[in-house]
Design a protein around this ligand. Sequence first.
Ligand code: HMG
Ligand code: MG
Length: 308
Amino acid sequence: MTELPMTVSEEGLPERVTIYEVGPRDGLQNESASIPVEVKEELIRRLLAAGLPVVEATSFVHPQWVPQLADAEELMNRLGDLGRDLPVLVPNERGLDRALELGCRHVAIFGSATETFAQKNLNRSRDEQFAMFEPVVRRAREAGLDVRAYVSMCFGDPWEGAVPIDQVVSVGRRLLDLGASLLSLGDTIGVGTAGHVTALLEAFVAGGTPVGDLALHFHDTYGQALSNVQAGLRAGVTTYDASAGGLGGCPYAKSATGNLATEDLVWLLTGLGIDHGVDLTALVETSTWLAGHLGRPSPSAVVRALSG
Ligand code: HMG
Ligand code: MG
C-alpha cells in the first residue's frame, strides 16, 4: 500500500493544478553521466504513464553548449507521435527549425532577468535576447505552435545577487508580449522565499498580467521550494514545474541544484486535496529506476521515504 498524507484542505486554494514535468530536460541537462537515449525514452514513457499531463522532453540548443541533450532528434524520432505533443526548448530560429522539422507542437523560449546570465546562458545581452526570441515566437505562432516562455534568475543571481522585482516583471512582460501563452518564473538557484514569491506575483498582477498566465519553476537548493509553492497556491497559480526525483540544475548557472521533486510536490498537493492526476507509486518507482541508471539515490525526501 502506498502511504499517502491525510487530506486536509485549505480554503481559497485552487481545486486542480497542472504539474509540468521537466525531469527529462532540466534534470538530465545537468547530469555528468551520459544517459543512453533509450533510457531517456523509457523515462518519458514512464512519466506519461504515471499520469503527468505535460513532460518537457529535451532542448534544441547548440549541442556543444549542452552535450547531454545532443541526442534531441534521435529521442524525438524514437518517441514518434507521442513526442510531437511534448514541449521542447528552442533558444533561436535554428532551434525552432529543428523542432519544426520533427513536427513539434509546443516550444519554450528561455530568457534571463539578469544581464550576466543572459550572457552566460545565451551568449547575448539582456536586450539582445528579445531580438533572438522575436522571430522564434512569431514563426512558431504562425505555424500554430504553442509557446511557453521561461524567465530565469527571478529571485537572485549568483553573479549579481538580489534581482529587483520590477526588473523581473519588465523582462517577463516583454517575453509575454512577444506572444508566449504562459510565463514560467524560474528560481534558477533556489534562493527565493515565500514572501518574495508573493511579492513577485503581486507585482506581475499589478502590472496587468493575469495570474493564470504565470507558472512557477523552483529549484530546491535552500529547501524552500515547497514553501514557495504554498505561496503560489495562495496567490492562485495553477501550473508548477517539477522534476521527477528532484534531478536538475543549469550547467550555466553556478550553484543551481535540483528542481523541486515532483514526488514532494505531489505529496503536498495530495495533502491539500488539490487534484493533480499523478500516481505517486508509479512516479516513485520511476525515480528509483532512474537513480539506478544515474548511480546515486534521488535527493527527494518523498522518494527516500517511500522507497526505503
Ligand atoms: P551562439 O554561439 O551565440 O550561436 O550560441 P550563434 O547564433 O552565434 O551560432 C553559432 C553556430 O551555432 C552556428 O553554426 C549555428 O548554426 C549553430 P555555424 O554556422 O557556425 O556552423 N547553432 C545551433 N546549432 C544547433 N542548434 C541550435 C543552434 N543555434 C546556433 N539551436 C545559443 C547561442 C543560444 C545557441 C547557445 O547559447 C545555446 O545553445 N544556449 C543554450 C544554453 C542552455 O540550454 N541552457 C540550459 C537551459 S536554460 C535553464 O535551464 C533554465 C530553466 O530551467 C529555468 C530556470 O531554472 O530558471 C529553463
Ligand atoms: Mg530550471
